[in-house]
Write a protein that binds this ligand. Structure first.
Ligand SMILES: *Cc1c(COP(=O)(O)O)cnc(C)c1O
Length: 377
């Protein structure tokens, strides 16, 4: 062994430029969401005076049973159960899928990343059907996958034949993301189309973040297919977006590998308690999901009456609107000045459009009164 003094002479200097992975160094930065309190301060309004219809959150917040479970939490100083056993037992009852196929995560977002980490080698193909959820391309890039885009049709229907051709043309395609109801349009995939896609030699990740608001869940299909993952979340229907808790149903062959690579304490004690309490308050969920669906229908009909809006049919808790003969960016910023937040899109396949979450009746009322007064063109 050489003394350090000698080694030091020959040691090359530290160059930080060589440390970050080149694909990460050149990656476009993620445009961060402005925190709600910051935005409300900027708009000169109190947070409770803002009508927040931009992120598909539940405007009613969580069930009172969730709040009391959190208030009564006794073990916040103890690390959580790495297996989330109590939550997975409750989820097995709720979904009808056996516990050994279920894994909980810090939101469905974590599980998207986790599956890709387990499966992808650098350069493996991930099929995405845009316009859809932005986390699929994001996690694909972080995990060194190659994104294969199969665009939806103008009415947002999946191009099933196009997906099949893309799988055949790309021997390294491994993963196919399907979101149903799809974010941002709210359309659902048919049983027939899903069955056809499941015949291919790729792992299909069906994202059902919005399924409580409409459409049939296919989570009970998971024991029948070796290549189906179904992801769900508490963020939307249960009003727990801020606590970060989601789950998935996976094929048995994948489970041991996911257990190995997941962070041991990925689901916090608070998130687990809240999720279990939400599952136990079925009456509350039924009532509030019902109210949100009713409001989506009302919003949809009311928006269709404006000649500059073209709302699409939706089975989720939001309505996507094309803007006709007016500027969607201006509409978004004019609404914002009035304290109403909506999601604005101007990306390929989604030009001049806004997505409006279904809120409470008073939220729709405020939105409609501003729209009625709006001079867009
Ligand atoms: C909101 C959303 C999710 C994820 O939610 P988490 O908060 O990470 O559980 C997943 N998929 C889609 C399509 C979503 O819109």
């Amino acid at each position: 062994m050489q003394p350090f003094e000698l080694l030091r002479e020959t040691m090359p200097p530290f160059h930080h430029e060589e440390f970050v992975r080149p694909d990460i160094a050149t990656m476009e930065p993620y445009v961060p969401i402005v925190p709600f309190e910051v935005l409300s301060a900027r708009l000169g309004r109190r947070p409770e005076d803002i009508v927040k219809l931009d992120a598909n959150e539940n405007p009613y917040g969580p069930s009172p049973k969730v709040l009391s479970a959190l208030a009564d939490a006794k073990y916040l100083h103890i690390y959580p159960d790495p297996q989330s056993s109590a939550l997975r037992r409750a989820l097995a009852d709720y979904t009808g899928v056996p516990q050994e196929r279920l894994l909980a995560g810090a939101g469905a977002d974590e599980l998207i990343d986790l599956v890709l980490r387990a499966v992808l080698r650098p350069g493996d193909g991930v099929l995405n059907c845009p316009p859809s959820f932005g986390m699929y391309p994001f996690s694909t890039a972080v995990n060194m996958g190659e994104l294969i885009q199969v665009w939806r049709r103008a009415d947002f229907a999946l191009d099933v034949d196009g997906i099949c051709s893309a799988v055949f043309a790309n021997p390294r395609a491994r993963i196919l993301f399907i979101c149903s109801p799809n974010n941002p349009d709210g359309g659902v995939i048919s049983d027939e189309a899903l069955r056809q896609l499941l015949e291919m030699r790729v792992l299909v990740i069906l994202d059902e973040a919005y399924v409580e608001f409409g459409g049939e869940s296919r989570i009970t299909w998971t024991p029948q297919y070796e290549n189906l993952v179904v992801l769900r979340t508490f963020s939307k229907w249960a009003g727990l977006a801020g606590l970060r808790v989601g789950y998935g149903a996976f094929p048995l062959w994948l489970m041991p590998h996911l257990w190995k690579i997941k962070q041991p304490y990925n689901v916090s004690v608070a998130a687990s308690l809240a999720a279990i309490a939400a599952l136990h308050d079925a009456a509350w969920s039924r009532r509030h999901i019902g109210a949100i669906v009713a409001e989506r229908e009302r919003l949809q009909k009311a928006l269709a009456k404006f000649e500059f809006l073209e709302p699409l049919p939706s089975r989720a808790n939001f309505v996507l609107c094309r803007i006709i003969g007016a500027d969607a960016a201006r509409l978004k910023s004019d609404l914002e000045q009035q304290g109403i937040l909506v999601r604005y899109f101007d990306k390929p396949g989604l030009q001049n459009a806004i997505r409006i979450s279904a809120g409470r009746p008073q939220d729709t009322d405020r939105l409609l009164s501003v729209l009625k007064a709006w001079k867009g063109s």
